[in-house]
Design a protein. Structure first.
Length: 171
């Protein structure tokens, strides 16, 4: 049951949430939507930046320090628990030039899928799904738009993954 639940949350909810917030951003930003529709080769870069900017996994990563380490002037002792924030890491000004801004092309190096041994096994599939959705929508309906102001869209209430309850559009 635990594995099935993990696959449902990690394999479906995260991708569905990422698709809704990415498409909402495109619909709210006419310039970006038109740029990507005119130059689809930029869509993979947009996917990476959306993943960085809208880090939708809300639960902190739980780890145990294997050795004493000082982080931000605080000593974490070997064996102590640590909660890591992927959202904070994806806004690190030492890594990203404009960490608080959505800038297509700066998404390289994000940690939306974790890193190393803890990297999400579905990362390639999730990237592919998001890229295909964006390419298909921009090719078939480059003029689509939100049917309600973006600030009126409601977010899912979940402790694990964010996304939108619904995404009303006008074709």
């Amino acid at each position: 049951m635990s594995l099935a639940n993990l696959l449902l949350i990690a394999g479906h909810e995260t991708t569905a949430g990422m698709i809704t917030v990415s498409v909402a951003q495109l619909l709210d930003d006419d310039e970006l939507r038109h740029e990507l529709a005119q130059d689809p080769t930029r869509i993979p870069g947009a996917v990476e930046e959306f993943l960085r900017y809208f880090t939708i996994a809300q639960q902190g990563l739980l780890r145990v320090a294997r050795e004493d380490v000082v982080v931000g002037g605080v000593t974490i002792r070997s064996g102590e628990g640590v909660v890591l924030s992927v959202q904070a890491a994806n806004r690190d000004p030492r890594v990203f030039n404009e960490p608080g801004e959505l800038c297509i092309g700066q998404g390289r190096g994000h940690l939306a899928f974790g890193h190393g041994a803890h990297q999400c096994v579905g990362a390639k599939l999730a990237r592919t799904e998001l890229r295909i959705v964006l390419e298909t929508l921009l090719r078939r309906r480059p003029d689509f738009r939100l049917a309600a102001p973006i600030e009126h869209l409601s977010c899912k209430e979940s402790i694990n993954v964010c996304g939108l309850e619904e995404l009303p559009v006008v074709w």
